[in-house]
Write a protein that binds this ligand. Structure first.
Ligand code: GUN
Ligand code: ZN
Length: 485
């Protein structure tokens, strides 16, 4: 396979990486703007100047175009579009079902994509709508996988082939599709048919679908989330291990007079200010943008810049190990995204297996933070503390004179739990920022004390805390001795 993917840094399931397609290299996570050659609101060279190193276009549009088909076959896609970066072509399974006037088979589109010099070729998959019943979803998945196998035969083992992962809303089918693609040696795997979920804000289902596909896929596969272009959900998708997005949203929203932000989109008609630092918004007032004959282009340019900027922000967040904070922030923009975030937190145990051990910091941002991977990972380490037969866990400072009647004295930091003083400066105990303790944090911290007891059966544990926490500790840890201070 001439597509290879190298993971550089990880945070949650998110990663920064290098996608290599032939000799071309792309930093990930990355956004591939969608180019429609008939209506280029932003030309490919302009996209490049804004920082897009790859783009995606639709092979079906070229195939049926009187204007573009011949030039693309004669001169190649890169020359026609004026873009020397990575160009992925979609087979246009969606478009085919809408226009459908020119019939295209799997082998037609594969050979056509190769002939026009596509860097990443997509077979003719069937994007099964998420509301499709199981038997039909299964049948369509069989066809998609068969076409993928056929693509390998037609194009050869080294072809830069994408393996679409279908399976509708059935987690086991998504997982199976992911596993089969991995077994076929596919290194580039777009997750398909999620557009209807995103269009109707069904983010909770999106999380289950993506996490199921990821369960089957090898972690080394580069994952593209097909049709995801709104920047508000990139952080959530990256946290699940999605590496690439393709955005038509920047253009579609512009045509509808909509202004993208990282926390939702707004109608330009309703804006009195342009709250953005991009060049378009600094050079125009909201009123000027509205009245400009170039309104749609200006909006598209702003929308694309916002989208690309969010991708840069996510790459930096991964480097810094603060992706959870970004996910938390973005997902509070809409209640349905918050549901998606909470759904992702139910996978914390799986996510924790890949999440990195040390990060720059842990910012407590509310109840959801108690369910994060860092808390779980820390508590999974607690049973390994070696302690004497009599243990004191103190909610206060370490007593200056020591506590001779105990063999081991541990401090307490919720939501993590007990810690020996030697861990005071290490992540996460030493690098966490907490507000005043609340019930949720202390209850989660008590779970850490339970982990200590479970790992050291037979020890006697005393908890020393102020009266404000005595009731919670008594209820959460009926087996410990309580000492008031
Ligand atoms: N674009 C958005 N979703 C899909 C999909 O499932 N398959 C293909 N080929 N393209 C898409
Ligand atoms: Zn702007």
């Amino acid at each position: 396979m001439s597509i290879s993917f190298e993971i550089l840094e990880e945070d949650i399931f998110g990663r920064t990486g290098r996608l290599k397609v032939g000799e071309k290299v792309l930093k990930t996570p990355a956004l591939l703007p969608v180019v429609n050659p008939h209506l280029p609101l932003i030309t490919p060279p302009e996209m490049k100047s804004l920082g897009a190193d790859a783009l995606i276009t639709n092979a079906y549009i070229f195939y049926r175009s009187k204007e573009f088909c011949e030039p693309a076959l004669a001169r190649g896609l890169h020359d026609v579009l004026g873009f020397d970066g990575i160009i992925m072509t979609d087979s246009g399974s969606f478009q085919l079902s809408v226009y459908g006037d020119v019939e295209v088979s799997n082998s037609d589109t594969l050979l056509f994509q190769r002939s026009i010099g596509s860097d990443i070729i997509v077979p003719l998959d069937i994007p099964t709508h998420p509301d499709t019943p199981r038997d039909q979803t299964e049948k369509e998945l069989v066809i998609t996988m068969e076409r993928l196998r056929e693509a390998g035969e037609i194009l050869g083992p080294d072809a830069p082939l994408a393996a679409p992962i279908q399976g509708g809303s059935f987690p086991d089918l998504r997982e199976q599709a992911g596993r089969m693609a991995g077994e076929m040696g596919c290194t580039f795997t777009p997750i398909g048919a999620v557009v209807p979920l995103m269009e109707s804000y069904r983010y909770e289902e999106l999380v289950h679908v993506v996490m199921a596909a990821k369960k089957g896929l090898p972690s080394s596969a580069c994952v593209h989330l097909f049709g995801a272009g709104h920047p508000v959900m990139f952080a959530l998708a990256v946290a699940m291990g999605c590496d690439l997005f393709d955005s038509a949203a920047y253009a579609l929203y512009a045509k509808e007079g909509r202004y993208l932000t990282t926390h939702g989109s707004k109608k330009l008609a309703e804006l009195s200010e342009l709250p953005c630092s991009c060049e378009v918004c600094r050079r125009h007032s909201a009123d000027e943008m509205r009245k400009s004959p170039e309104k749609i282009r200006l909006l598209a340019r702003h929308n694309l810049i916002v989208t690309l900027t969010e991708i840069s922000r996510i790459r930096q967040a991964i480097s810094d190990g603060v992706l959870w904070e970004l996910v938390d922030e973005r997902c509070r923009s809409h209640p349905q995204l918050l549901r998606g975030y909470r759904a992702l937190l139910t996978y914390a145990e799986d996510l924790g297996k890949r999440d990195r051990v040390s990060k720059r910091r842990f910012f407590y941002r509310g109840d959801e933070s108690c369910r994060r991977t860092e808390v779980l990972r820390y508590q999974m380490m607690i049973p390994r503390f070696s302690v004497g037969p009599k243990v004191l866990v103190t909610f206060d400072r370490l007593p200056s004179g020591g506590v001779p009647e105990y063999d081991t004295v541990l401090l307490f930091k919720p939501p993590f739990g007990p810690y020996p003083v030697e861990l005071k400066e290490t992540f996460p105990i030493g690098q966490c920022e907490l507000p005043e303790w609340d019930d949720h944090m202390v209850i989660t911290g008590c779970r850490g004390i339970r982990a200590l007891i479970a790992g050291n059966p037979g020890v006697s544990v005393t908890v020393r805390c102020g009266p404000e926490w005595a009731a919670i500790v008594g209820r959460e840890l009926p087996e410990v001795r309580l000492e008031r201070n």
